[in-house]
Design a protein around this ligand. Structure first.
Ligand SMILES: NC(=O)c1ccc[n+]([C@@H]2O[C@H](COP(=O)([O-])OP(=O)(O)OC[C@H]3O[C@@H](n4cnc5c(N)ncnc54)[C@H](OP(=O)(O)O)[C@@H]3O)[C@@H](O)[C@H]2O)c1
Length: 244
């Protein structure tokens, strides 16, 4: 298939050659299109996130820090755990599936960046709110401190908006929103009491920023997270940045 940028170059060159536009204008337009074609389009994230990936702090800056990751038994949470283990962060891994968490822990140990003691499995069903404090105590008891909470656990949903059963909305909000808020509040109080410069991260989604077809409940849940966690971060004088 012919690259659309190549077509634009040929068209632009021909137009400036026959005098339909100035060469300078043509070059500016083509440079702008080149930026889209070779920089923006190939990105698998938004430009701000890419900028931070290239020029911001690297995961190695978290060496020795205690990072608690929810939803660490699979997908993004598991991959993040392994990457941070390689960087030497001390990790608490939470999810419901204990076997999967143990397997992720083994992968973390396999990186050589952490020792057995530096990765702890903390089983937690996030919608069991009364388990949050006990799980947090386990993390604190093991490491004596916490630096970062990564709220990554989440569920998704697909379906025609008018056909979605309200129970689906409720269940999704329980995991994606309310449990995240509840756990973050616990940790936020700890950060404030300790006078620590703690960090929260949330695995949101492009759905939470722009909305996604057939994902009404999911879009609403992720959007709610941005608003709910963003407000107190600003109120406490913290910094809130939303990338996808
Ligand atoms: N994959 C994508 O394309 C994508 C894009 C944008 C955003 N995200 C977001 O990224 C996050 C991770 O997604 P993923 O794709 O990596 O999905 P995933 O592989 O299904 O991981 C979801 C994680 O959440 C955990 N979890 C689910 N319900 C839980 C509960 N009640 N209590 C505790 N843990 C629970 C699961 O563990 P257990 O089942 O063992 O409990 C699992 O570890 C989600 O918040 C998702 O919305 C994903």
């Amino acid at each position: 298939m012919v690259d659309w940028f190549l077509v634009a170059c040929v068209l632009g060159g021909a137009m400036s050659f026959v005098g339909l536009c100035f060469l300078g204008t043509c070059v500016c337009v083509l440079l702008f299109l080149a930026l889209i074609r070779f920089v923006i389009v190939p990105l698998d994230c938004d430009a701000v996130l890419k900028f931070h990936e290239l020029f911001g702090k690297q995961p190695e800056s978290l060496k020795g820090k205690v990072v608690w990751i929810t939803g660490a038994s699979s997908g993004i949470g598991a991959a993040l755990a392994v990457r941070l283990a390689r960087a030497g962060a001390r990790l608490a891994l939470s999810a419901r599936s204990v076997e999967k968490l143990i397997s992720v822990k083994q992968h973390c140990l396999g990186t050589g960046g952490v020792t057995e003691e530096q990765v702890v499995v903390v089983p937690l069903d996030l919608v069991q709110y009364d388990q949050h404090q006990a799980a947090f105590n386990t993390v604190l008891h093991h490491f004596g401190e916490l630096d970062v909470l990564v709220n990554n656990a989440g569920r998704s949903q697909r379906g025609c908006w008018e056909e979605i059963h309200l129970d689906v909305d409720k269940e999704l909000f329980e995991v994606d929103v309310f449990s995240t808020i509840a756990l973050s509040r616990l940790v936020c109080k700890y950060f404030l009491e300790q006078g620590r410069c703690g960090h929260f991260a949330i695995t949101s989604s492009v759905a939470g920023k722009f909305g996604v077809p057939m994902s009404g409940s999911y879009t609403a849940a992720k959007h709610a997270l941005h608003v709910s966690i963003g407000c107190p971060a600003l109120h406490q004088g913290g910094r809130w940045q939303c990338t996808s």
